[in-house]
Design a protein around this ligand. Structure first.
Ligand code: HGY
Ligand code: MN
Ligand code: MN
Length: 414
């Protein structure tokens, strides 16, 4: 047996860590509410840091809270091979989105330590701050800072809907680290993640060999009409911001269907004054457009803007609209994809190539280092939902392929 073939991860230990950390922000429905840089996020960060230090890793934190745990290799002169993802969740998130990538990496690291296996390159685990973009927009914010897409000041200044700033929260939980963003170096990154869609399960495949991430754009719209009495204001005289928003939401949905496999969504809406007998005077809502092809995204953006401006004019409401995020489509590194294929073959799993519909930190990290991803199925393709589910076996398969792929890449450094 080659040295690597006895490097078998411990499925139960991985599963136990997934369930243990699910308690940090655990919800009665079995999901997790662990918003970025919240007290719950601090608890899981502290847990993660302690577990890595038990393995002899050094843990560094950068100025936007990104965490890097590194185990030395034979070649101290080399930049580490990284495995990374995120520990923050959606407000009604599941136990596996992001978490499997960080804890799958921890399990791979634990296995290397258990077996006393010394890699050529150092090995690193990264936990990226604010991947979800739910509390502070945009998503993948701090892997974006690491990649030079956003400045630290931009990240620190991001406010949640209560006006609290990310930078202040990082200070408060003690994770505004001393390292400059981008200063903690690594040579490449592998990210393990649940698919968050239905394809692997439908095709009964164990692993997704991820080739890239589709383009994503986020927008914010504020509509202003006129608050008025629902009883005394004739229908024809109203300036109803919520009615205009409703027509826009339907138009945006139609743009998604007109550009398949693109997607178009409205997820966050605030209606003011939100009183049952006041014609709504102001509405704020967000738009999420995605497509694998940038040219198609341009068309979707153009059509969406024409539609919302026409509806605003017809509804006699003012419109303030802006794009707040643009993450272009990304292709992953062929040499790392080859390592994933080797890792799948070593483990004897079935697999299929696929692009990611969801955004991931890997999309930004791919700008500064060779990067790729590994997917495993989730039940019914459901994610961003407290019912998000997968099995011990599927998590273990992902962690095994992650370890195999990292070692296959490490072997190129012998
Ligand atoms: O929006 C996304 O795709 C990711 O879950 N943040
Ligand atoms: Mn994720
Ligand atoms: Mn997510």
């Amino acid at each position: 047996m080659s040295a690597k073939s006895n490097l078998v991860i411990n499925p139960q230990r991985l599963w136990d860590s997934l369930m243990e950390t699910a308690a940090f922000g655990g919800t009665p429905k079995g999901g997790i509410k662990r918003l970025t840089v919240s007290d719950e996020d601090k608890r899981v960060r502290d847990w993660f840091k302690a577990e890595c230090e038990k393995l002899g890793c050094t843990v560094e934190v950068d100025e936007v809270g990104n965490m890097f745990a590194t185990r030395p290799g034979k070649r101290g002169d080399m930049a580490p091979i990284a495995m990374g993802s995120h520990l923050d969740t959606q407000p009604t998130g599941g136990k596996f989105d992001g978490v499997l990538g960080v804890l799958g990496a921890l399990e791979a690291m634990r296995t290397l330590v258990d077996m006393g296996y010394e890699t050529n390159a150092p090995i690193m685990i990264a936990n990226w701050t604010n991947e979800e973009g739910s509390r502070f927009a945009p998503a993948m914010l701090c892997s974006g800072v690491y990649a030079g897409v956003f400045t630290p000041d931009f990240a620190w200044s991001r406010e949640d809907r209560q006006g609290i700033k990310l930078g202040d929260e990082l200070e408060r939980i003690g994770y505004k680290g001393k390292h400059k963003a981008g200063a903690v170096k690594f040579s490449s990154m592998f990210e393990l993640h649940i698919e968050q869609g239905p394809i692997l399960e439908a095709e009964n495949k164990v692993v997704g060999v991820v080739t890239g991430v589709q383009g994503m754009r986020w927008y914010e719209i504020t509509l202003k009409g006129q608050e008025s009495h629902t009883g005394a204001t004739p229908m024809g005289l109203r300036k109803n911001a919520l009615l205009a928003a409703a027509k826009m939401i339907d138009a945006i949905n139609e743009i998604g269907f007109a550009h398949l496999p693109g997607v178009a969504s409205v997820g966050l809406i605030e209606n003011r004054p939100n009183s049952r007998n006041v014609v709504p005077g102001e509405v704020f809502f967000t738009i999420d457009l995605r497509h694998p092809d940038e040219a198609e995204l341009d068309k979707m953006e153009k059509q969406y803007r024409l539609a919302v401006n026409k509806i605003a004019e017809e509804g006699r409401v003012s419109i303030d609209e802006k794009r707040i995020w643009n993450s272009p489509a990304v292709k992953f590194a062929p040499e790392l994809i080859a390592c994933v294929r080797e890792g799948v073959a070593q483990a004897g799993f079935t697999s299929r190539d696929m692009a990611s519909g969801a955004g991931h930190d890997a999309a930004y990290i791919a700008r500064v280092a060779p990067t790729t991803m590994i997917f495993v199925p989730c039940l019914g393709g459901i994610s961003h939902n407290e019912e998000e589910s997968t099995t011990l076996e599927e998590c273990a398969a992902g962690a095994q392929v992650l370890l195999n792929a990292v070692l296959a890449h490490d072997a190129t450094y012998s």
